[in-house]
Structure formats: C-alpha cells, structure tokens
Design a protein around this ligand. Structure first.
Ligand SMILES: Cc1ncc(COP(=O)(O)O)c(C=O)c1O
Length: 446
C-alpha cells in the first residue's frame, strides 16, 4: 500500500544512477507494519468495538481499515470471542498436535468452497501464497510463475515483483537477490491476450507452474477486470497445463461465503486464504485445493513421491482454528457479507453524490464491502511513463494527505484510498462518514 522511497531516490533510479538495491528506504514511521504507517504519524489504538476504534487520547473513529480486512463482523465481536475463550481455556493456545477445530475449520471452508477438498493452515497470506507456488511447482514440475502487474500477494521474495504499478519489476525488491524473481513474469491487469503471450513465451523456457490472480483484479479490485476474466484465465491455464491459483486472502467470505470462486463459478486449482480465515485472530493463512494437488505437501515420507517442504511451529493452533471456524460460522449465520456489502453500496453511493456535488475529479466504486475511491490514481501510473518515478511520490503524498484529513474528521481508511465496510456499520456510521467526506471535499483547494 505504501511506496517507501523518496522523490530523490525515484529520480536517481529513473536516471539510471542506481537500482532498487541502493535506494534509500524511508524510515518506517514508528510502526512495525505497513498498514499502520499512517501519515502524518501513527495512531495508537487502545480500544476497538463494532464499527469504532478509539485512540489513546480518547478520540473515536469509524473504522474502515478493519485491520486490512479480517473484521467483517465488526471489531472485537463478543459472540466469537466467548467461544474462542472456551476452547482456549481447555487446550491453551497451542498443543503442537492435531486439534478438533483444525478439522472443523477445514470442513467449514469445504462447505463454503467445495473445490477446497483439502486444507492446510498456515501463518499468513504471504506464507500461503508462497506455499501455493511451491505446491504448483512440485505438482507440475515447471518453474515459472505468472502474476498480474501491480498485484500484491504478500512479501515473499519471489512475489515482491511489480508491486502497485505494472512493469516496475524489482523496484521495491530491496534486500532481495535479483535472481529470486527470475522465474516470475507478469501481465497487464485484465489483459487475457497479454497473458497468452507470456504463457507462450514461458513454454520456450520449460513452461508455467502457476498463474496467480485475485479474481476481482489486483489490490482487491483496484484495477477492476471484466466479469469473464477469471473464466478466461482458467481456459488458458487448462490449455497450457498450468495451475490456476486464486488469491482469496481478501475476497474469501467477504464477497460471500463462496468467495470469488463462488461468485464467478470458476474453479481454481489452489486457493489462498488469509485475514478472515482466523476471524481477526493471529495466524491467518491457509491453502486449499484438490486432494491430488494438495497431497504434494502431505506429511510423512512416501518413497518415490516428490514433496514440497512446508513447516510452521504455531500453524493450525487451537486458537486460530477455533477463531476461524466460529467467525466463518457466524458470518454465514448472520449473512454478514450481504449486510456489509449493503453498507458498502450505501457508502459508495453517498461518496459519489458528494463527488458530483463538489465537482471533483475523483472516482469511487465498490464490490460489496470493498469500496474504492481514487483521488490521485497512484496505482494507475504506467512504468512506460518516463516521469513515473517522479509522479509516484507526488500522488502518494496526495492520498496520504487526503487520508489524514479523513482521519482528522474521525474516519480511518486503508491508506486514503480504500474502505472495508463491516456488518457493524449502520445508517448512523455511514452518515457520520459522509459528513467527514463532505467536510474534506468542501475544503479542497481548486
Ligand atoms: C491479496 C492479498 N494476498 C496476500 C496478502 C498477504 O497477506 P498477509 O498480510 O496475511 O501476509 C494480502 C494482504 O493484504 C493480500 O491483500
């Protein structure tokens, strides 16, 4: 979400005076992860309840960051908390051995997404994407992977490649040996013909192990794709004997119990999970697929069978599994995706009316509870633009300032450009939010 390099760095890179490895990375702003890197300073949140967050100074905010997505039921959701505590009281947070809630979670996911026949718990979405690729390479015996330019699939070495903006390649790959992404290729968001070309090219180099996509488009649909995009990618994967990985770290359960695969009715070979899969508790990651493919990471040594190595001391602990199980169960029982989606519709509608009223060159759209609004279009820049690395910091600064203005008016967004609504939002919180937008819009200098 954040481009952590300075304008000076960008100009040096563009002039060919340096490469990504030498660029000066800005300090991390006093926080330990990018989501919390709030301009102009980090917020210290002490209390979370339903649709609201409260900072250490007692300020209240409507929360549309939702910790990056997991709190679809609203923050600190008591009915799930209680059930999780009961499990933890019995077993503690970890035993290192198989626990009934591990099975229950896998069954629940399978009920929602029948193509997930087998499921492996992991620690994060990043880990799950990494494992999915390892499985694909083991299963197909091929090396190359293809991602969408600009897409984020976590921060594992090979996937820190063309983040945010297509064709920027290793620009953000500080500290990662260049050769790690030698087997990673990209295609432009939504460009199925472009994907075919990449797959054809890869055929000459031993073929493609997997194509990994977010079915609604990269960055949770920041660059939306055509409705038949996922189906067309499926067809190409079949033609080139390549596995199709759906990264549903954001979309699983949020766009509906069946996730993006249910919405589009397109079967992935592997599905990557994160966020909601642990109901907002730690160790939110997992990968699932058919028995045949998932067997590539089965435990134990079977003579003659190639296995992809996967580990993790704390994965599949009772705490995360029970939290995931009860959260998903509650999401289904409460129809939370639908309710959160309706809140997203109302909010998007309201923001659009304000954009029209103040005649601003901004754009908003939503996929249910995932609401986008673009005030500077930083991710729409093109690496082909000779001024791209000068424009990134300028545009980034604009959305940071915009996000800060919203925060000052009691609304927390994801980096000033995305909103995740939850079941806990209601007409009151939406009215509060639209008042904040109006306050900010009415103060924008023309
Ligand atoms: C689509 C997608 N994939 C993977 C990840 C990485 O997940 P995690 O932060 O759990 O490592 C994210 C995180 O935002 C994501 O949005």
């Amino acid at each position: 979400m954040y481009v952590q390099y300075s304008a000076e760095d960008s100009v040096r890179y563009l002039a060919g005076e340096t490469d990504a490895y030498e660029l000066h990375v800005l300090e991390n702003g006093g926080v330990q992860h990018n989501l919390a890197f709030n301009y102009p300073f980090p917020l210290v949140i002490e209390k979370a309840q339903g649709a609201y967050l409260y900072d250490i100074d007692g300020n209240r905010y409507v929360d549309y960051l939702q910790a990056g997505g997991p709190t679809l039921l609203g923050s600190n959701y008591e009915p799930v908390n209680q059930k999780v505590w009961e499990v933890v009281k019995e077993s503690g947070p970890v035993t290192g051995l198989f626990h009934p809630y591990e099975m229950k979670l896998a069954e629940k996911i399978h009920e929602c997404m029948p193509w997930v026949e087998m499921y492996r718990c992991l620690a994060s979405g990043t880990e799950a994407d990494m494992v999915a690729i390892r499985i694909a390479r083991t299963y197909t015996g091929k090396q190359r992977i293809v991602k969408v330019g600009g897409a984020y699939h976590g921060w594992s070495d090979q996937l820190v490649y063309s983040l945010h903006i297509p064709y920027t390649k290793t620009f953000e790959a500080h500290g990662i040996p260049k050769e790690v992404s030698e087997n990673t290729s990209e295609f432009f968001p939504g460009d199925v013909a472009g994907l075919r070309k990449v797959l054809e090219e890869n055929e000459k180099a031993g073929g493609t192990a997997a194509v990994i996509i977010e079915p609604f488009g990269p960055e949770s649909g920041t660059r939306p794709v055509a409705k038949d995009f996922a189906a067309k990618v499926r067809e190409l994967c079949d033609e080139f004997h390549t596995l199709l990985i759906f990264d549903e770290v954001v979309t699983a359960f949020r766009v509906g119990p069946g996730g993006a695969q249910g919405y589009f009715n397109v079967k992935p070979d592997l599905t990557v999970f994160g966020k909601i899969v642990a109901g907002g508790y730690p160790m939110a990651g997992g990968v699932g697929g058919s028995e045949e493919i998932m067997s590539c990471i089965a435990a134990g040594v079977k003579a003659g069978k190639k296995k992809a190595y996967v580990g993790g001391t704390l994965t599949a602990n009772p705490l995360s599994c029970a939290a995931g199980y009860f959260a998903i169960d509650e999401i289904i029982r409460q129809d939370a995706a639908m309710k959160a989606g309706e809140n997203g519709d109302k909010l998007c509608d309201g923001i659009q009316k304000l954009i029209d009223k103040y005649e601003l060159p901004f754009v908003t759209w939503n996929t249910g509870s995932i609401v986008h609004f673009e005030v500077s279009g930083v991710m729409y820049l093109s690496a082909a633009d000779p001024d791209v690395f000068k424009k990134i910091p300028e545009r980034q600064q604009y959305i940071e300032e915009f996000g800060a203005a919203l925060t000052a008016n009691g609304v927390i967004t994801l980096a000033g450009s995305r909103i995740y609504t939850s079941m806990a939002d209601n007409d009151e919180t939406i009215a509060e939010t639209l008042n904040a937008f109006e306050e900010v819009f009415s103060n924008i200098e023309r």
